[in-house]
Design a protein around this ligand. Structure first.
Ligand SMILES: C[S@@+](CC[C@H](N)C(=O)[O-])C[C@H]1O[C@@H](n2cnc3c(N)ncnc32)[C@H](O)[C@@H]1O
Length: 290
């Protein structure tokens, strides 16, 4: 793919780019992005709208990843932050590759209490790893007070610290640790879109609130359903979202309210089975009441 094959949508505040991440990243100014969240294909065989997430050799997958990882670092401002995900099996390679180029501050496990496959003969995977990296460990945004969570010792058990003078109740809030529990996006949730690996709004809210400020520029090179750009918009940040698949671009254009139509067709969310059922039931009820 060439730069001229890319398609651009949106305005100065929220840009959507249809095309390959490596090609699109090259069109972005160096040192210009405040926060990058990258959630690439994991090389585990997911089906992204007919495109199989599986490289012939692990080495090929990693060499491709190293290309866009380098580009992300290049595009990040000197005080910028970079969050990156991949599967548990490939994260060690990312970690080793990145630690010479950028400062890894946290190794986060996004934990959820349900897996796609219920393993019976081994321990099923209930987490996905996330690296939180910064370019300059002395200068970066971290809005700790905007992401506080309940500290159980103080909030629930109301324990008192008698080592303090005078004794004090333990604090009821704290900065989250590196195990984050958020439910995966399930079919019945309002935020659900037709995509195999959609990330939850709550996960992106924590990241964007902590690591950016109002009007900052947030970039997601593998946008999928555009959760990152959607949350960035809700929180008053600017965004750039890149995605290879046209069908997912349509989700982004709708979620970001950039366009109401695409190639003459309305950009509407497909009703889910239980919503369709409700419509039918409503029609039946209307007939019954006539
Ligand atoms: C793990 S998903 C991202 C999900 C996203 N975080 C969300 O919340 O919906 C990875 C996405 O990368 C897209 N993708 C795969 N190869 C790509 C490439 N070379 N350039 C841009 N996007 C690509 C896939 O179509 C898929 O939607």
């Amino acid at each position: 793919m060439k730069t001229s094959d890319l398609k651009f949508f949106g305005d100065g505040n929220h840009k959507v780019i249809l095309g390959d991440a490596v090609v699109a990243l090259n069109t972005i100014e160096d040192n210009s992005v405040d926060l990058i969240f990258a959630d690439p294909p994991y090389n585990i065989g997911k089906n992204f709208n007919g495109y199989k997430d599986k490289w012939n050799k692990d080495e090929d997958y990693l060499n491709w990843c190293y290309k866009w990882l380098d580009l992300c670092i290049k595009k990040l401002k000197p005080n910028g932050s970079f969050y990156v995900m991949t599967s548990t099996q490939f994260m060690p390679f990312y970690d080793i590759y990145l630690r010479d180029k950028i400062k890894i501050l946290s190794r986060i496990a996004w934990y959820y209490d349900s897996s796609g496959v219920q393993a019976k003969k081994y321990y099923g995977s209930l987490y996905e790893p996330i690296l939180f990296c910064v370019k300059d460990e002395d200068h970066y945004t971290f809005n700790a007070k905007n992401i506080l969570v309940e500290a159980k010792t103080g909030a629930k058990r109301r324990l008192i610290d008698y080592r303090k003078n005078p004794p004090q109740v333990y604090s009821s809030e704290k900065v989250p640790g590196n195990v984050w529990e958020f439910s995966r996006v399930r079919y019945r949730m309002d935020e659900y879109e037709e995509h195999p690996t959609q990330k939850p709004i709550a996960l992106l809210e924590r990241i964007i609130k902590a690591s950016s400020n109002k009007n900052d520029l947030v970039l997601d090179p593998f946008s999928g359903t555009f959760t990152t750009s959607f949350v960035a918009k809700q929180l008053g940040r600017r965004s750039i979202g890149i995605e290879l698949q046209e069908d997912y671009i349509k989700i982004g254009l709708r979620r970001l309210e950039i366009q109401k139509e695409y190639n003459g067709s309305k950009l509407a969310k497909e009703p889910r089975s239980f919503e369709k059922q409700t419509c039918t039931q409503q029609k039946e009820l209307a007939l019954f009441n006539q």
